[in-house]
Write a protein that binds this ligand. Sequence first.
Ligand code: SF4
Length: 461
Amino acid sequence: MMGFQTSNQERLFYSFNLEDHVPKNHLLRGIDQYLDLGDLRQHLSEFYSHTGRPSIDPELMIRMLVIGYSFGIRSERRLCEEVHLNLAYRWFCKLGLEDAVPDHSTFSKNRHGRFRESGAFRHLFESVLQRCMSEGLVRGEGFATDASIIKADAQRMQSIPGEEAMNWTHSEDAPRAVREYLDALEETNDPSFIPKFVSTTDPSATWTGATGGPAFFAYCTNYLIDLKAGIIVDVEASAVNKAAEVDATRAMIDRVEEKFDIKPERLVGDTNYGSAAMLNWLVDEKQIEPHVPVCDKSERKDGTFSRSDFQWDEQADEYRCPEGHALRSNWRPFKKPRKRITNEDTIIYRSSQLDCAACPKKDRCCPNTEFRKIARSIHENARDVARQINLTPEYQQSRSERKKVEMLFAHLKRILKLDKLRLRGHSGAQDEFLLAATAQNLRRMAKWLTPAAQEASVVPA
Ligand code: SF4
């Protein structure tokens, strides 16, 4: 017999316990187990006035943001609606059935005001990371680093050529993103670099065509992860260029060492991190093994001798060519010592013109010049250390482990839907990247340590 629904929606009194209506294996139960916001109030206390109307509970704000970033709810308006309607979200936010959910504009104002000024998002990220460490998910033996491009909330239509932006001056009325950009410009003070386009809505975003398609404005999110369980140990927003990505990695390694007293034995990265200066910093300053491909443009493909065909003699400070003759950087002493280091941080070693003139191998060595030149990086010893590591089986293992950080970026974009930023300015990008990394660590912890924790069956867009 076909049945009829008999419920009565006008009933006034219910016996209802929210706890009973959240599945035991819901991912939020796992996340809740490892999210400790006990000291958040204390951290924020000096940023709140002691008089006036009470604000939204900061713990409620953070719990709502954790839901938003864990389940890919990118709109604040949508997040407030979802928390209002979804029982599991209400339970996680510690709201009763009849408790009010903050209005999206109040939510937004609080999020961008006190939370940013107080560094609450970094505090949250670090407290979650600390929990990952105490649960044994971080070993500290090997770290991997990489960067991924995320589109900024900026359009080509609202941009001007870089030279025009150089004439901007400080103004109190300028939007926050513009003031941030001008401050950063003053700090770096590099008049030689003029970008092609500058966005008028988010000037700190980089105009880039690095992905191969049409160019757009973007930031990079830089991750430093521990290789044991893929926990993100630090995250940093940067401009989209190799130098900024390398600087971000250095800053992250220093910060993790300073805050948690952890320095890895090896760092795994791609060619972007294989510059001579970076390798020198890793090997000589930090004593970290670089499991990184070496940027090497010395191999020749035209059949003439490459630099690897010349023998380096450290004690004599010279190369020996395949014919056994010396290549030196100073053939004769000068009264005034000369600066031997070029602008590219190299020293030029030259063969003797007399040796080369009589050489039977000249056609295979320097067919178009009278003598042979070799540029040696001042950081060549560090590059040699990396080259030796590149030949070991451990390096092959590191290469496959590098995929862990790439998988985190794929998860960030496809599952957490962070393929485009909603907040502007460098600090907006930093806030979003910190919250997304916090959500990824919480999800990882919940899934590793409570295997019953499942993805919510319906993941809102
Ligand atoms: S050309 Fe000069 S540098 Fe090259 S192998 Fe001959 S002697 Fe050595």
